[in-house]
Design a protein around this ligand. Sequence first.
Ligand SMILES: [Zn+2]
Ligand SMILES: [Zn+2]
Length: 111
Amino acid sequence: MLDIETKHEQCTICSHEYTSMYTEIMPGVKIYVCDECLEAARYNFIWVCMSCRKVYLRSKKLVIQRLTNTELKRAYILCEDMQIIQGLDRCIACDSEGIMNYMDVSKTASC
Ligand SMILES: [Zn+2]
Ligand SMILES: [Zn+2]
């Protein structure tokens, strides 16, 4: 999932650390992830809004606990140990009218 580049870029998640690790969350869309944020991705699902670049973290445990769809729940449990960073087209902040459904986004997870 992660690739390394020679140049250092600012971490997309925390906008604080510089890192050469990146992942493609959508074809052609790279986000940079530092060690700390990668560690955070072990315990949290991380979504990055493609439109405003806002970052959302949700505890995996909480997300899984709240799921009522057993099929989806099973898929999530399989993903629990993976570091998942995904892209959103629009987040709540840029699309307050629309109802953002994180679960729908996550169905496309490739894990
Ligand atoms: Zn970071
Ligand atoms: Zn947004």
